[in-house]
Design a protein around this ligand. Sequence first.
Ligand code: PEP
Ligand code: CO
Length: 450
Amino acid sequence: MNTALPLETWSPTSWQSRPAAQQPRYADPAKLERVLAQLGALPPIVVSWEVDALRRQLAEAEEGKRFLLQGGDCAESFSDCESSRIAKQLKILLQMSLVLLHGLKKPVIRVGRMAGQYAKPRSADTETRDGITLPCYRGDNVNHAGFTPLEREPDPELLLRGYERAALTLNFVRALVDGGFADLHHPEYWDLNFMQHAPSREAYQKIVDSISDALDFFEAISGGPIHETSQARFYSSHEGLLLLYEQSQTRFIPRRNRWYNLSTHFPWIGMRTAAIDGAHVEYFRGISNPVAVKVGASMDDAWLQALVETLNPDNEPGRLTLIHRLGAKDIERALPRMVEAVRRTGRRVLWVCDPMHGNTETTASGIKTRRFENILSEVQAAFRVHHEMGSVLGGVHCELTGDDVTECTGGARGLADVDLARAYRTTVDPRLNYEQALELAMLIGSQRRP
Ligand code: PEP
Ligand code: CO
C-alpha cells in the first residue's frame, strides 16, 4: 500500500473506489441523489476560519500548551434537538472545562460530540428478534430505532433532517456562548448535591470556591463578563461515518486552495472504519480540517504508521489527533508500543485518551455499562504512560450527558448495577451523567502531574 499518495489523486468522491464499511443501502437511488444535491446547495454549518482556528489550537495542545476536552453523547437522537437538553450539554462541558483549566493551568479547547453525531457504526448489518430479521438501527440520520420493516428502512430524507438539526443545535450553542451562558461563576448554577456523597467533599468544595473566586477576580480586573474577554469558543465534532453525507458537505475554499468538510469543525474516523485502504481514510486524507482517528490495541505498528503518514503527510501542526481507547486493563501494556511506533514516523500528532470505549461491560442482567473507577484509572494511566514516554497527553474524549441518567456505575454517589434501571436512556453506549462527568474533571484536574 502506497501511503504517500499525492493530493492530486484525491477528490471528494475518490473514496468511492475503495471498500466503504458501515454504509446503509438505500433502495431509491433517485431520491438519494435529490437529497445529496439539496445538501450540497444548503449553506455550510461551520466556516473555514473557525476550522483553521481550531487546528491552530490543537497544534498548541500537541505541545502541552492547551488541553482538549471533547465530549457528548455516544449518539445524538433527533428528539435531543431541544433547548433544555442542548443547554444542559453545553453547561456540563463548560463547567468541566473550567475545572480542567483550574487544575491543569492551561486553556481548554472545548469540542462537543454534538451538532451532527447522528450515525453509528454497528457490529452487524442486521438484527433478528423472534425469528424476524431487519436492517440494524444505524442512527437517526439513517433509519429509526423501532423494530418494523418501515422504521428500519434507510431513508435519505433523514440526512436532510439531521443536517437541519445539526445547524439548529450549533446555532443555539453559538448564541448561548456569545450571549452570556458562560456565566458559570454563580454557585447556584452548579448542581453540586453529589458532593455530599463524595469522600473528597472538602477538596471538591475548595475547587469550586476557588474557581468562583478566580472568575470574580478576573471579571473585576477585566471589567466585563468572562465570556466577553476569554473568547469562549466552542467547536463541534462527529464521527465522519456516512461518506455520502460528508462528501456532500465538502466545499472548495479558494482562499486556501483546499477542500474542507464544513458540516463540522473536527470529524473523526471510528475504529471500525479505520482500514488503511478503506474509503474513510481515503476521504479524510483530502480534507483540510483537523481530523482524528480512534486507535486501539488491535492496530499493529505498520497500521498506525500508515495512518499517520496518510493522514498527515506534510507533518502539519494540529492536523492529526490519535484518540486511543484501550481499556484500563490494557493501556499500560499497549500504549508505550503505540507511542513508540508513531514516534518512528517522525510526525507530530495530538494524543487524546478516550477512557470509555475500552471499558464497556455487560452486567449480570444484560445491561451495557461502564465503571467510573475504570474510566478514571484509564485516564490516570494515560497521563502516566505519556509522561514516562516523554510524550504529551493533550486531551480526553468522553461520552457524557448533562442529564441525571444512570448508565455508568460508581462515582461519588456510588451507583450500583441495580441502580442502572432507574434512568437508563442511551440507545447506544452508556454515558457519564452530570455528576460523574464533573467529578471526573475534578479528579483529572486535581491529580498530581507525574
Ligand atoms: C464511539 O465513539 O461511539 C465509537 C463507536 O467509538 P470507537 O470507534 O472507538 O469504537
Ligand atoms: Co460510543
